[in-house]
Design a protein around this ligand. Structure first.
Ligand code: 2RA
Length: 340
């Protein structure tokens, strides 16, 4: 069967990536509709050896669509996507609009693909920092039962959308290749050098909306209503990969060897954890290495020596591409499961 697929928000960083992911994942697209604002209508986008013309996003555009991928902000998603369902499409939405709606499954395919079965027209794609932190957490949860997470995130400019990314990219280009430091971005990062410990607005107990997402979404995705998460989300001068320091507390003992084995075998994970490696690129994950690929790289695996019961505490570091696995790739993986 071939499917008529529409992307709402086709010109943003995530929407553009979705077009590429449909090709990469050999999605059975019979017809692709690219929907965006009136000012983008008429532009042509390369797809599957041909070209697709961008149309203005209007409710009528959903007629005949089997699947709609949402890559727009919460307000537009709330307004437009129910109309896509009314037109008979199944929606995979990357906004936060429906993520916590009890009638909407919130899905990371490596964790809870089975939840897709109870959708009522909309399936929500989790927040990027949630996906990147939970993909490596889940295999460890299956070994010893996670009860608590302490997470610090280092989130790329891409999370602030294409404009934020373009701004940082221009600064990095202006820095050129610093002789003292081989990686231009590392050089620029030290020169751009500021960190912003706020993503989203401040909510309960002084946590930001972004920080509460990991607890709220983590509980729903892993079916752990008692999960407790302390998260600090920071914007850093990196282009498109998010990094996270994750400390887990478990209800049962887990050895480092068990953790290492579970991560090495986990779908969606690449274990990069060799303190003796000559190159930093092989020693641990770095955002510069995880950009533009779909795996979550995990390293710096160690016991949590602050946990009074060290047999039940593990800390790791992970990096993943915010636009890909953090958004577009995960959404297209969900859509692909709908076709299987
Ligand atoms: C961010 N997670 O990084 C949010 C939205 N992508 O800004």
């Amino acid at each position: 069967k071939q499917y008529t697929v529409a992307i709402l928000g086709a010109t943003g960083a995530v929407g553009t990536q979705m077009v590429q992911c449909l090709e990469e994942q050999n999605f059975p697209v019979g017809k692709l509709k690219l929907l965006a604002s009136a000012r983008s209508a008429g532009k042509k986008v390369a797809f599957a050896g041909g070209e697709v013309e961008i149309e203005e996003a209007r409710p009528e555009a959903f007629e005949g669509c089997d699947i709609v991928l949402g890559a727009v902000d919460d307000d537009i998603a709330r307004d437009m996507l129910p109309k896509a369902v009314e037109a008979g499409a199944v929606v995979v939405d990357n906004s936060h609009a429906f993520r916590l709606d009890p009638d909407v499954p919130l899905v990371v395919p490596e964790i809870n693909a089975e939840d897709i079965s109870w959708h009522h027209g909309i399936i929500a794609n989790p927040n990027c920092a949630t996906i990147i932190g939970l993909v490596p957490t889940w295999p460890l949860h299956k070994v010893a039962g996670v009860t608590r997470m302490i997470v610090s995130t280092y989130q790329a400019a891409s999370g602030a959308g294409a404009p934020g990314m373009a701004e940082l990219e221009a600064q990095i280009a202006a820095m050129g290749r610093g002789e003292a430091i081989p990686e231009p971005r590392a050089f620029a990062a030290q020169l751009v050098s500021n960190l912003i410990p706020q993503i989203g607005g401040f909510k309960e107990e002084g946590y930001t909306s972004e920080e509460m997402k990991l607890q709220n979404e983590g509980r729903k995705i892993m079916h752990l209503p008692e999960l407790r998460v302390n998260c600090t989300c920071v914007r850093v001068p990196v282009l498109r990969s998010h990094s996270e320091s994750v400390t887990l507390e478990f209800e049962r003992d887990i050895t480092l060897e068990e953790a290492r084995e579970a991560l090495a075998a986990a779908p969606g994970v690449k274990l990069v954890d060799d303190r003796e490696a000559a190159s930093a690129h092989d020693r641990y994950p770095m955002p510069i290495d995880t950009s533009d690929q779909d795996l979550i790289w995990v390293g710096r695996l160690r016991r949590d020596i602050s946990n009074p019961n060290t047999a039940r505490g593990i800390t790791f570091w992970c990096c993943g591409d915010q636009i890909r696995k953090g958004a577009a790739t995960n959404a297209v993986q969900i859509a692909k499961l709908l076709t299987e």
